[in-house]
Design a protein around this ligand. Sequence first.
Ligand code: HEM
Ligand SMILES: *[C@@H]1O[C@H](CO)[C@@H](O)[C@H](O)[C@H]1NC(C)=O
Ligand SMILES: *[C@@H]1O[C@H](CO)[C@@H](O)[C@H](O)[C@H]1NC(C)=O
Length: 347
Amino acid sequence: MMSLLPLSQCVLLLFFFLYMLMILATATELRPGFYAETCPEAESTVREVMKKVMKRDPRNAASVMRFQFHDCFVDGCDASLLLDDTPTMLGEKLSLSNINSLRSYEVIDEAKEELEKLCPGVVSCADIIIMASRDAVVLTGGPNWEVKLGRLDSLTASQEDSDKIMPSPRSTASALIDLFSEFDLSVKDLVALSGSHSIGNGRCFSIVNRLYNQSGTGMPDPALETQYREKLDKLCPKGGDEEVIGDLDATPHVFDNQYFKDLVSGRGFLYSDQTLFTNQRTREFVQNFSSDQEGFFKAFVEGMVKMGDLQSGRPGEIRQNCRVVNRRPMEILIESLDEMNEQKSET
Ligand code: HEM
Ligand SMILES: *[C@@H]1O[C@H](CO)[C@@H](O)[C@H](O)[C@H]1NC(C)=O
Ligand SMILES: *[C@@H]1O[C@H](CO)[C@@H](O)[C@H](O)[C@H]1NC(C)=O
């Protein structure tokens, strides 16, 4: 194959690889105020976009905050989950946990558009996810914190990695403890971060097993409190529409410790939520957070910062459009060379 390429193209290819090495940065140390000089309005711009989209649809807060989890766990916080599939790459959008479930991608697009107007080519999509997640928490009544920035956007995404890593709503607490520990996240981090389900919704799809056939028993999950189970049975009847959504806690638009109170009273929406109260190793944290909102907030912020530190160490870039990797000048050159060759062979 290579021997068929004319020398000029081989040289070009060589330059292309050298060029890739040169312009693809590897991540530097993350730090607060990373854009203070290069884009001082970055954080306030993202905050304003979040306010706007939450007016349009309050659920956008939850949906955007969930991005941080699904991005950071799969090959680091690198906006890999925002990449659309291409003919040569199956991305993460259609992975088991994300398909028909992750939503509000257009919110990140809106923030990116604003930022590209303001300071083109400066703010990464990966950092937008981190800023917007923090804002989602603040704007729904949760704690505020300083985010570390300076992430790069990935050049690829992997559906396979997402499928392998992201937990199912049927996970047990011990499986979740093991998963989180692979990312250096403690049992406390796991319970606190699960408190993100203080806002947002889940589909009947995610709970019908637990309502009608928990672990193949043909019975509902015994941890479900009876009245709450009856309510869920009405919302999600056997054989009904599994796209119907329910609230993850009793106050789905307010970031508070209601989620933990609900778990204590057997009113967790997902099996993976309720298991945190059933399991001995996680139970005490649930109990404590249910009676100490400040303690929950503090632990949640610690968990979000730790999760935001996850990095793949791979080279990256600042994407212009969060859904696609940038086209490189060298690639454009090679493409036009190919076109020239094709035209030549046609004549
Ligand atoms: C501990 C393991 C976790 C599991 C098994 C899990 C699973 C799920 C599931 C199944 C849903 C509903 C999806 C659907 O039915 O379409 C959901 C929603 C959600 N998850 Fe998690 N999750 C976990 C941890 C987290 C973490 C760490 C965060 C963020 C820090 C998070 C944020 C959210 C949010 C905000 C929603 C609601 C999204 C919306 O309304 O659009 N989750 N999660
Ligand atoms: C419950 O699940 C088990 C195993 O997953 C399956 O064999 C069984 O047919 C299911 N029962 C019902 C009533 O769907
Ligand atoms: C829960 O709170 C009690 C009382 O403040 C404390 O002694 C205990 O260590 C806490 N448990 C956990 C797991 O943090």
